[in-house]
Design a protein around this ligand. Structure first.
Ligand code: GLY
Length: 374
């Protein structure tokens, strides 16, 4: 049996490990704290259409191809645990001013030109759909095919799936990929991937979120994912079985996962501007994570050498990207390329980045040495 090391035990790494084991690989995950990074902090929105914008065709197509795979992937996971991963079926983006309303029309036209249907709602339509939203919501964009998943149920389901499939878990950091005596290696350490492969075009983009618990007597959470912009800042409310996840701030702050007073203040103020009843909820958690950002909002999925495949750089959309990434990595492990993931090939940056990942050195099989994987 051929051996595979998956370095990084977040949702990308563990989903790859689970599926590779089912495909006949002997798989070992390496992670000093599995499932504790960006995967644990995420909102779980699957919203590539609502996030569409003219000029960003490639992220739209990548995200839409992964979204299409989510129903089957989610059903396979639920078969493992008996617990559904989905927590909402639809996404509603609301406009609080005229400029935002114009942007909703721009998004609808753009994604419509790629064959994706979004529904524009007027003020009355927004109120009928989600009566708890602020009366200032003057227009909406409904995405009937964009659900959300509970990221922590997902982390747990993937852990169970890996256990049931015989995936080995080594709770330890990897300092150098060259030390791993496996036939193939998948590098899935998210924002930290460049520590093990210097020159990879991925860096941390800090995000803070809040978790709010519904209290008896408070108005219920919305049925859908609610997205909006308040004072130019994006805000989203993602339902959970017991409340709502509110996200997210966005800063260039390196590997800093401290929660700031200003971050919490802005999230609460912006969320209340969209859903006034939120003040009646219990604030149970404020946390921060490092999104693995790339310069063009597409992930890095491709071969770095004969032995090493990277699956990192999913930015704000790591959970969305899981099923397509799994299919793309399994194709690469079979020496094939999945057409829908071609745009994510890390070679697109090879001219601008380290010679270690470019040109002739690309397929040498030698991993550059680097620090730990967290
Ligand atoms: N997944 C949404 C965010 O990173 O803010």
């Amino acid at each position: 049996m051929r051996t595979l090391a998956v370095v990084g035990g977040g949702v990308i790494g563990s989903a790859v490990a689970w599926s590779a084991a089912a495909a006949g690989w002997e798989v070992t995950i390496f992670d000093p704290a599995p499932g504790s990074g960006a995967s644990w902090v995420a909102g779980g929105m699957l919203a590539p259409l609502s996030e569409g914008w003219p000029g960003e065709q490639a992220p739209l197509e990548f995200g839409a191809a992964s979204l299409e795979r989510w129903p089957e992937f989610g059903a396979r996971l639920a078969a493992v645990t008996g617990v559904p991963v989905f927590v909402a079926d639809e996404t509603l983006t609301v406009a609080l001013d005229a400029a935002d309303a114009a942007d909703l029309r721009t998004i609808a036209d753009f994604v419509g030109s790629y064959g994706h249907r979004l529904e524009l709602l007027d003020r009355a339509g927004v109120r009928a759909a989600e009566p708890g939203l602020a009366r200032t919501a003057r227009a909406g964009l409904l995405a009937p095919t964009e659900p959300a998943v509970d990221n922590r149920i997902l982390v747990d389901a993937l852990r169970q799936g890996c256990e049931q499939s015989g995936v080995h878990m080594r709770v330890e950091a990897v300092d150098n990929l060259a030390d791993l005596e496996f036939d193939r290696i998948v590098l899935a350490t998210g924002a930290a991937a460049a520590r093990l492969w210097p020159g990879l075009a991925v860096h941390p983009l800090k995000g803070e979120i809040l978790r709010l618990r519904h209290r008896p007597g408070a108005p219920p959470p919305p049925h859908r994912v609610i997205r909006a912009r308040v004072h130019g800042r994006p805000i989203y409310l993602v339902p959970r079985a017991d409340g709502i996840v509110v996200g997210a701030t966005q800063y260039e702050a390196g590997f800093d996962t401290a929660v700031t007073v200003a971050g919490v203040r802005d999230l609460i103020a912006d969320a209340e501007a969209v859903l006034p009843a939120l003040g009646e909820y219990e604030l149970t958690e404020a946390s921060a994570g490092s999104r693995p950002a790339t310069p063009d909002n597409l992930p890095l999925i491709g071969r770095l050498s004969e032995r090493v495949v990277v699956a990192a750089g999913h930015g704000r959309n790591g959970i969305l990207g899981v099923p397509l990434t799994v299919d793309a990595v399994l194709a690469l492990l079979a020496d094939d390329v999945l057409p829908e993931a071609k745009a994510a090939d890390p070679q697109r940056f090879s001219a601008q980045t380290s010679p270690l990942v470019s040109g002739a050195a690309f397929f040498t099989g030698a991993a550059p040495s680097a620090g730990g994987n967290r």
